[in-house]
Design a binder for this molecule. Structure first.
Ligand SMILES: Nc1nc2c(ncn2[C@@H]2O[C@H](COP(=O)(O)OP(=O)(O)O)[C@@H](O)[C@H]2O)c(=O)[nH]1
Ligand SMILES: [Mg+2]
Length: 264
């Protein structure tokens, strides 16, 4: 079990337990999160066991992530781990990016979703290789999944690899995949306070894309506040505002990628 949200059992094997009343969830000091385990179900030794499982999971993931990172460095592959809530615009951003960049560099995409092949199909239509990972009940991608997907995709040297993570602002931030950069995408329909509510995600990210700026006239979203909140949790975060629909400021993103490719 993941220990962050109880999501780490193999896909399809998690059993939902009947809940009576409102359980108090156990706080796990190792991860700094509340777990998915009701306090009543664990005694003090159970808590200790949970911590060990949690630490084992991250330790294993870190080993796979280091192997991935070393492979990517050796083959000069720039890897972007895209993170957001469902619907923030990750796949749309990728399709628009592919249109603009595939003539300049080989691109491949690993798609993560709990179910369906829909996003990988959208990416293939855009003209590049894509592999879909379906995680079932699991709410994040892990480094060993990426290692296996990279082998299957047969990614070219000196290329760009995008990983579209499972849509949520919690667990995916905790799992290193061996990427070069973590990019968090927040759309203006989600509320400008999300960096304060989900600080781990914004703390882990190298770049924040504030997406769907074409919708700003219609929603109550204060961009300056959002940027200030993001910098409060991560003073080094780079921020780009753009729209993947009317393409306002989209070039700032492709320029950022191009700079990354040159320095890789
Ligand atoms: N108005 C607007 N809609 C967008 C933008 N980017 C994505 N969308 C829409 O948001 C919805 C979710 O996009 P999708 O790329 O599937 O999000 P994902 O779940 O993060 O991959 C779709 O209906 C997109 O057309 C944008 O910049 N502006
Ligand atoms: Mg998507």
């Amino acid at each position: 079990m993941c220990g962050i949200c109880g999501c780490g059992e193999p896909a399809g094997q998690t059993k939902l337990k009947p809940v009576t009343g409102r359980p108090r969830y156990v706080f796990n000091p190792a991860s700094g999160y509340h777990t998915g385990i009701p306090a009543a179900e664990l005694n003090s030794s159970g808590q200790k066991r949970l911590l060990n499982i949690d630490q084992d999971l991250f330790a294993k993931n870190d080993i796979y992530a280091a192997q991935n990172r070393s492979f990517f460095r050796q083959h000069q592959i720039l890897v972007l781990n895209l993170l957001s809530s469902p619907g923030a615009g990750k796949t749309t951003l990728l399709v628009e990016t592919i249109k603009r960049m595939q003539d300049r560099i080989a691109i491949a995409v690993i798609e993560g979703d709990q179910h369906t092949e829909r996003d990988a199909e959208r990416i293939r239509v855009a003209g590049v290789k894509a592999l879909q990972i379906n995680t079932g009940r699991l709410c994040h991608l892990e480094a060993d999944m990426i290692g296996k997907a990279v082998t299957q995709l047969n990614i070219e040297d000196r290329s760009l690899l995008f990983i579209e993570n499972i849509g949520n602002l919690v667990c995916p931030s905790a799992f290193d995949l061996g990427e070069s950069y973590k990019v968090v995408i927040l759309s203006v329909t989600e509320g400008d306070d999300k960096p304060l509510k989900y600080p781990d995600m914004f703390h882990a990210a190298d770049l924040l894309i504030i997406n769907k700026t074409d919708l700003l006239p219609y929603v109550d979203f204060d961009v300056a506040n959002c940027e200030e909140f993001a910098r409060r949790v991560n003073p080094n975060i780079k921020i780009i505002r753009l729209s993947s629909t009317n393409h306002e400021n989209f070039k700032a993103w492709t320029d950022w990628l191009s700079a990354g490719i040159e320095t890789d």
